[in-house]
Write a protein that binds this ligand. Structure first.
Ligand code: GLU
Length: 546
């Protein structure tokens, strides 16, 4: 067969050939240590935590080696693509403060010398390589229509002509040049398939940075390189783009391990050196039946990155949680370096987990509580405000109008060696400090305590003086409590509880309920100072009329 002639028949008018293209993509001038890696999402309208996880591994590999992290939009599957989906990718990355070194901006401008960074703008490149493979006899046109083709293939498989248990050769690989010319004359559309060199008896070895050496059956399938609309499925675009763009490590989910032998045959057919792979484990959950399953958007709200924005998790909490599950060394590092930014953590490829991590929201909350506890009240204020501006406009308005007061509220229990650790997300702040933003309703007062509560608060109010020091204030509480029959000595109380109405703690609990509606709150004296005299007295008074 005259392959050159065939290639010209199939691709008569390409803008460039492979030589022209390769001149446009010179090798990167970096050291061996510097990693070039990328995030290559298919825009689907949301971002799955698994994709984000993979992105974050790539990002860290480049960050610690001062390499290049680029973003490539893989939008060749127009059926899957949704409006504004690309915007979602940019939004998520930018909210997390992840800025690729190279990307295409939303207005279509390429930043970086290895663009276009959007696959749908690279079809001329893919065609040029397809043409080259046809010229070299490594690819052929396939005219099967989707269903027809399938039937053809199935029939041929039955006849054991093109297929046996080992190989999956496509019937069109045997078309003559005359057949092809005829079909082209009739305007038939064609896809391009790889003509595999293997027959199912070969094996292939490849090295994976996480899993080590993997041996598998080599590809023996004539798989599609270009669909009949000229657009490549994943494999072909991956081999070409990651080579031209100088990727040194491809981080992708371990679901791609199975197709890696096909990718390796493709790299070789194209004359490229196969890229180094790092197949990351998938984040899992324990399903109802007790088995591990992949975290999925259908069942798990936390699979969609929007969840973290809506709940108002600080983005660093999510990143630190992911670092924690990627790399167990992070937890020790964090406890030894409580005040450092996670970016100072030396992330190494050797330390990436090989086991599928189980998503654990309690752990995330814990990390987040610690992180928020280290923030200043001003930082908390600005974070809560930014969250509220997007998700709770009314609260945002309140915060803006009461900045000083709100900052004081967020400062409660924050100063000192052991700051309170009760907030893990911005959406819980309003509820957590609800009593500071609206008059409470004595929510947690037990019914059987109502009379004692009324009595104590009534008497206490008579003696109350806002200007007293903390010590004077507490002495006054004890004095009123003692007068009304509460034990101020806890040992005595414990020995003979029946002799008392309660102890000082009970008396304080009444004041706490009067001021906050809750049995548990931060330091009462501090709360009163923030509420101010007028509001404190108003709240103590309100209780009388229970
Ligand atoms: N577009 C592919 C995906 O979203 C990328 C896989 C890869 O990173 O190579 O699964």
């Amino acid at each position: 067969m005259d392959y050159k002639k065939l290639a010209n028949l199939l691709f008569p008018d390409l803008k460039y050939n492979v030589e022209d293209i390769e001149k446009r993509y010179p090798a990167r001038t970096l050291t061996k240590e510097q990693v070039v890696s990328r995030f290559a999402p298919s825009p689907t309208g949301y971002m799955h935590i698994g994709n984000f996880f993979q992105m974050f591994i790539s990002y860290n590999l480049t960050r610690v080696t001062d390499g290049i992290f680029f973003l490539r939009i893989e939008d060749t599957d127009s059926k899957r693509e949704k409006k504004d989906a690309v915007k979602v990718v940019y939004e998520v990355l930018s909210k997390f403060g992840i800025k690729p070194d190279e990307y295409q901006s939303l207005n279509g401008e390429d930043v970086g010398g290895y663009g276009p960074y959007v696959q749908s703008q690279r079809t001329d490149i893919y065609k040029a390589y397809a043409k080259k493979l046809v010229e070299e006899g490594r690819a052929f046109p396939c005219f099967c229509k989707k269903t027809e083709g399938k039937e053809d293939v199935l029939k041929l498989r039955e006849q054991k002509f093109a297929y046996d248990d080992e190989k999956e050769y496509d019937p069109c690989r045997n078309l003559s040049l005359e057949d092809i010319e005829e079909k082209l004359k009739n305007g038939e559309k064609f896809a391009i398939r790889l003509k595999t060199k293997n027959d199912g008896s070969q094996r292939v070895k490849f090295y994976d940075l996480i899993k080590g050496e993997i041996e598998a059956k080599a590809n023996s399938k004539d798989f599609i390189l270009l669909k009949n609309d000229g657009v490549p499925p994943y494999a072909f675009a991956h081999a070409i783009d990651d080579t031209l763009m100088g990727t040194t490590i491809v981080v992708r989910g371990e679901e791609y391990i199975g197709s890696t032998p096909a990718h390796i045959e493709l790299f070789e057919a194209l004359g490229f050196t196969p890229v180094t792979y790092c197949h990351n484990p998938l984040i899992c959950k324990i399903g109802d039946n007790g088995n591990r399953r992949k975290i999925s958007k259908r069942f798990d709200p936390e699979a969609d990155m929007r969840f973290y924005f809506e709940k108002g998790y600080p983005t660093d909490s999510v990143l630190e949680y992911l670092l924690n599950i990627i790399n167990s060394g992070f937890e020790i590092w964090r406890s030894n370096n409580p005040d450092k930014n996670w970016k100072e953590f030396k992330f190494g490829v050797k330390d990436i987990t090989a086991v599928s991590p189980i998503f654990d929201i309690i752990k995330l909350n814990d990390i987040s509580k610690n992180l928020i506890a280290r923030m200043s009240a001003e930082e908390v204020y600005s974070n809560v405000l930014a969250w509220a501006e997007e998700f709770d406009k009314e609260f945002a308005k309140y915060l803006k109008e009461n900045k000083e007061y709100s900052t004081k509220v967020f400062n409660i229990g924050r100063e000192g060696a052991k700051p309170r650790k009760d907030i893990y997300s911005w959406s819980m702040v309003k509820e957590q400090f609800s009593y500071m933003f609206k008059t409470p309703n004595f929510e947690e007062l037990d019914q059987e305590d109502e009379d004692s509560f009324n009595e104590f608060i009534f008497e206490y109010l008579k003696e109350f003086s806002f200007s007293s020091s903390k010590e004077e204030w507490f002495n006054k509480v004890k004095e009123v409590a003692s007068r009304l029959g509460y034990a101020t000595d806890n040992k005595l109380y414990k020995a003979n509880p029946q002799d008392y109405k309660g102890n000082t703690a009970k008396a304080c609990q009444f004041i706490r309920i009067a001021l906050t509606g809750k049995k548990d709150s931060p330091d009462l004296y501090e709360l009163m100072q923030i509420l101010g005299e007028e509001e404190t007295i108003k709240r103590l008074n309100a209780k009388k009329t229970l």
